[in-house]
Ligand binder design. Sequence first.
Ligand SMILES: Cc1ncc(COP(=O)(O)O)c(C=O)c1O
Length: 418
Amino acid sequence: MAGAAETPAAARVSHVYPHGSRLNERGRLEIGGCDVIELAEEFGTPAYVYAEDDIRSRAREFQDAFRRRTDRFEVVYASKAFPCTAVYRLLAEEGLSCDVASGGELFLALRGGFDPKKIYLHGNNKSVAEIRYALDAGVGTIVIDSFDELERLEEMAPGQRVMLRVTPGIKPDTHAYISTGQEDSKFGFGVEEVPRAIDRIDRLELVGLHAHIGSQVFQLDPYEKLAEVLTAVGDYPLLNLGGGLGIAYTADQEPPSIDAYVESLLRGAPEGVTVLCEPGRSLVGNAGVTIYRVGTVKEIPNVRTYVAVDGGMSDNLRPMLYNARYEAEIADRFGGASLCTVAGKHCESGDILVEDVLLDDPRPGDVLVTPATGAYGHAMANNYNGIPRPPVIFCRDGDARVVVRRDTYEDLAARDAV
Ligand SMILES: Cc1ncc(COP(=O)(O)O)c(C=O)c1O
């Protein structure tokens, strides 16, 4: 990444930023052909800014990677990563299937135009109302997570297509909170329990097994192993190997390519089986950035310089939740040598977005950008401290449109019954 002073011509930015991003001739970050300084003026800050074509191209990359090797596959968007009508619509247009983890996500997926037959309903504790909603909507497949749920579905949904979620006893090298495949997990049936669950199925149509070993995974061998473990459990037409492919949050991270990931999914799967995968983060994570406005710069001599922005843990919970590491830049002065800590505006000392990052002499009024916030940013946004949640802006070929508007103060009181 070049500093603005050395950037008379347009310059590239790292792979952490959305496809097609660059520093334009004025040294300003451009996403989807839109100058983010202008976006900040037009739409305000904080805001989630996405390059729409980035999401489309990654969706195509997944499908092409499978298509080159097999016609038996399904790419299922794990919509918890970024559930909003616009992205459901976009990925439905791209021909993907979709997984939902609640009635609310199901509502949005249907609103976005997903064919209910291409929807997979997940969850370790689906309510009766959620199951009823899925059945009424004609949801294609329900992924059963427990014996209690199996009994419930036997009663409620004779003939329903189902899969069984298996905890395969594989623990990838990732944060414990996003590691789900190990035996000690609230999700799914342990491998030794699966035969009993299969025996219990009487009126449901069991089409396959499902497992998700965790998220932000950089090694590929656990996926090969996973296909082998599930195949050993039984022969079914569908094998869903979950999501989890990691992404680069910082420029030094090099996750495996989508192509290599798909290759490893298929390597462990037997001939003739349809392989499903459920990418969330790897479809949308690098497609989005968050833009903020710097409000204060507090220098504590010999200790630390806090650069406070107009958002924080209400728009990006991941640093607090998982110690997740992000990058930051001043959007029109990339590079720099001032060691800073980017803090949010919430009443929590732990409300730190990026610790120890080099910025170019940040000052109040600057637009600051954190890349790779496209997954689990908007999805986990909250109103802590009565902060209105940011809008979502889709950019394409130099045009920007609001696909989720900013909360208003009135929205904060919309559910108050007095
Ligand atoms: C069942 C299931 N599938 C897919 C995913 C998506 O994972 P990722 O966003 O890491 O691809 C998750 C994430 O929690 C999940 O629980």
